[in-house]
Write a protein that binds this ligand. Structure first.
Ligand code: ADP
Ligand code: MG
Length: 226
């Protein structure tokens, strides 16, 4: 991925709610884009539309010049699985799966057979090791702390080797120490692998290393700081 962008994106909900109004934005490879704005300003809606989890009412999303928001579900799924990684505020781990199984979950979309998925055990364990979680690989999410769940969610977002990671309020429900870990993770991956990040947050600490800050207000871009 060299560039992800959206043009004149509007999202309306029934009842006259406009979550996004005429949003134009460009994300370039290696950017750390931070979207700030009060609750209800449209951060989540913007993340979900750029990440193909939601569709705009008007406007388009482009990946390297190709319009991607009108592709069919199968084609979107392929892009999301191969190019995008997602980290959510409440992690969305599957309670019935172990830590290791949660990390490996996206591989069930990428690879069609268990025989191939098995080849990724080492990779999944290495990721957990990087986050000091290997000893918890057989634990279930309900036995983890918030910070540990966040780390599992990070490992899961990385297992398919994405080019851009979308994170919605990633430090919204973890303690300060885990937040520090998250800041380090973003900066390290950005520096080492040129990983691109698109982060919606209230946390001003992200501003210290953002390459672009987008201020949303009432569904509109108020200003962009580069
Ligand atoms: P933020 O993430 O900045 O808090 P959101 O993108 O979640 O903002 O929401 C933007 C606006 O869209 C809010 O007014 C919210 O109430 C509204 N909204 C979000 N999702 C829906 C939905 N499914 N149905 C109706 N309104 C929605
Ligand atoms: Mg939100």
């Amino acid at each position: 991925m060299d560039k992800l962008s959206c043009k004149e994106v509007t999202k309306e909900y029934p009842g006259g709610i406009t979550a996004l109004r005429n949003v134009n934005l460009e994300v370039k490879k290696g950017d750390i884009v931070v979207v700030m704005g009060p609750s209800g300003s449209g951060k989540t809606t913007l993340i979900n539309i750029l990440g193909l989890l939601d569709v705009p009412t008007k406007g388009s999303v482009y990946l390297d010049g190709r319009e991607i928001n009108r592709l069919n579900e199968r084609e979107k799924c392929e892009i999301m699985n191969s190019t995008f990684g997602f980290i959510f505020q409440f992690f969305y781990l599957i309670p019935e799966l172990t830590v290791l199984e949660n990390v490996m979950l996206p591989l069930w979309i990428k690879e069609k057979s268990y025989r191939r998925i098995k080849n990724y055990y080492e990779e999944a364990e290495k990721l957990l090791g990087d986050f000091n979680l290997l000893k918890r690989k057989d634990a279930y999410p309900s036995h983890l702390s918030g910070g540990e769940m966040q780390k599992v969610a990070i490992c899961r977002s990385l297992i398919c080797n994405p080019e851009i990671i979308f994170a919605d309020e990633p430090t919204g429900s973890i303690d300060r120490e885990s937040s520090e870990m998250f800041f380090n993770f973003v900066q390290l991956l950005n520096k080492k692998k040129g990983m691109t990040f698109f982060i919606g947050t209230h946390n001003e600490k992200f501003l210290q290393f953002a390459t672009k800050v987008v201020y949303l207000n009432d569904g509109e871009i108020e200003k962009i700081k580069e």
